[in-house]
Design a protein around this ligand. Structure first.
Ligand code: URA
Length: 185
């Protein structure tokens, strides 16, 4: 068994936090494990929990549309979440749940070795970029972390709720495309 498979197996039998008691499936991640880009969401919703795959509900459809604007799709990127099990009622994952789970994500990042990371929404940005990251003010900005450029854009669920945020996100996607060019992706 390789490192990726053993990480997936370990994650799928995890009981590090209470979310293991209410989950249907662990949502490990989807996409290309050799991708140059990772997209990181916050945690599975109802449909993701049922299917065991990230971003399969309405937010996922919008994420696919957003990626297609910059010629990306699920075969070219790797998509994962800060927490791998659904928080009941789609509440925000608690700090302790994030802390119990985020090591799986860091291990995924070390194995994928992406050239850039896109955080989807506040939870991913405050966990991966800076605890006081303000998504409304700082979306689309770039921060180098462990040699990897990180940015954050609005979460697709936020863009479903508030379409007025979409033009800013379009600009952020163009900035991601520029960064990709710069990095030879
Ligand atoms: N929202 C997320 O943050 N992640 C998913 O996988 C689905 C919805």
């Amino acid at each position: 068994m390789d490192l990726w498979e053993s990480l997936e197996q370990e994650c799928k039998s995890c009981s590090r936090c209470g979310l293991c008691r209410t989950r249907t499936n662990v949502v490990f991640g989807v996409g290309n494990p050799n991708a140059d880009i990772m997209f990181i969401g916050e945690g599975p919703g109802e449909q993701e929990d049922l299917k065991g795959e990230p971003f399969v509900g309405p937010a996922g459809k919008l994420l696919d549309d957003m990626m297609s604007i910059i010629d990306l799709d699920r075969t070219k990127v790797y998509i994962a979440n800060i927490v791998k099990c659904r928080p009941p009622g789609n509440r925000d994952p608690q700090q302790e749940e994030q802390e119990a789970c985020v090591d799986y994500l860091y291990r995924q990042i070390r194995l994928v070795q992406p050239k850039l990371i896109v955080c989807l929404g506040r939870i991913a940005a405050t966990r991966l970029i800076r605890p006081d990251f303000r998504i409304t003010r700082e979306h689309g900005t770039w921060t180098q972390i462990n040699g990897i450029p990180h940015t954050a854009i609005y979460h697709p669920s936020a863009l479903l709720r508030d379409v007025t945020k979409r033009p800013e996100t379009f600009d952020d996607l163009l900035s991601i495309r520029e960064k990709m060019k710069e990095l030879g992706i």
